[in-house]
Design a protein around this ligand. Sequence first.
Ligand code: UD1
Length: 423
Amino acid sequence: MDSIRIRGGRPLHGDVEISGAKNAALPLMIAALLTSEPVTLSRVPALADIATLSKLLSELGVTLTTPENGNNGRSLTLNAANVTSTVAPYELVRRMRASVLVLGPLLARFGEATVSLPGGCAIGTRPVDIHLAGLERMGARIALEDGYIRAEAPGGLNGAEYHLAAPSVGATENLLMAAALAEGETVLHNAAREPEITDLIHCLNAMGAVIEGADSDCLRITGQAKLGGTEHQIMVDRIEAGTYAIAAAITGGSVALLGARAAHLETPLECLRQAGVLVEETAQGLTVSANGQLKSVDVTTHPYPGFPTDLQAQTMLLMALAEGSALISETVFENRFMHVPELARMGADITLHGGNALVRGVSALRGAPVMATDLRASSCLVLAGLAAEGETLISRVYHLDRGYERIEEKLAALGADIERVES
Ligand code: UD1
């Protein structure tokens, strides 16, 4: 398993191009299952999760090709004209929870789907009850057998009114895609409104779906008999942008985040400003610069437009280096503090109590061998290594490869002393 070695203490300076958003790319690739015509996506990030989903979709019979004019494999054409299987096996779903999003589209187009239950993961139990209850409301018959979800809707799905028990991102995406091919109108109340969902809605509407209410928590979908192909550019990754913004702040540097959209990052950017960091919107994106001593800010994660749970670990690191104490509360996932013991090994002063972390700022962190436990915890440890004195060796970096495109290359170009060590 590869490790990443960082010699810390260098301020980051320069430009970094932000990649296409992983969390938008995955549902957009799955949306291709809704039509027999080709869907071409551009700005596809080169990530392990994209490779895992590509493998799953090809097992279902989808052909995936990189158009000749696609630069560096960043475009991808998916053709689901000849789907040969409606079964998503455990082996692939277990590696990536977002695979469960094939359920709605397969059921809506083919009347059946068998998808492995994703199971638990490092950051919590993460059930799929909201996905399943919504599909049942639309007329699906669902049974859980041998670790699999077996869903049937022989006569097709019917539009329905459904109130999500919580604004789940994945459930909203699954139900949107299913409703796009259902008979009649579906109304989803308490829907999630993350920008990745709006990106999916734009693509689905370009495929012929009729979805109103983008950016709101009430989505109205008028089902269509069939959808067609389209071309769509994936939105820029707001979480990757936020991660590089924090990297600039904690190393005392200044970084231009090319392509980043301030509108998608309002809450975290406000937090950075309160922490004393300079944030400037530019024609190319955003520029984030350190401006003296960092100050503590309390943070509570919430569904969008609240503070994103996917930036909680990185923000905790920033507070670990700030003056004063900050209370960080995690309300989206119950066990998303796996980075805390690792940060403590580097000298951070953090006390955990349930879903709250009290972070008392220290003047510096020291490099240490640490272990990555999930995707965002991994990026927090990389950032910690950049800010720390001495050498940090991060093991199990495969988590990082799931969600950050060419991270060592991008950080090295900004002046970091970072290398991948193959073992
Ligand atoms: C997505 C993102 C992930 C992000 C998360 C929250 C993708 C591929 N992943 O994950 O990076 O951290 O949103 O912004 O887009 N829940 C239930 N029942 C359900 C579904 C969810 O109880 O049926 C709970 C979960 O356990 C969790 C909370 O709802 O506590 C939020 O989960 P959800 O929004 O569904 O996250 P994901 O879509 O899995």
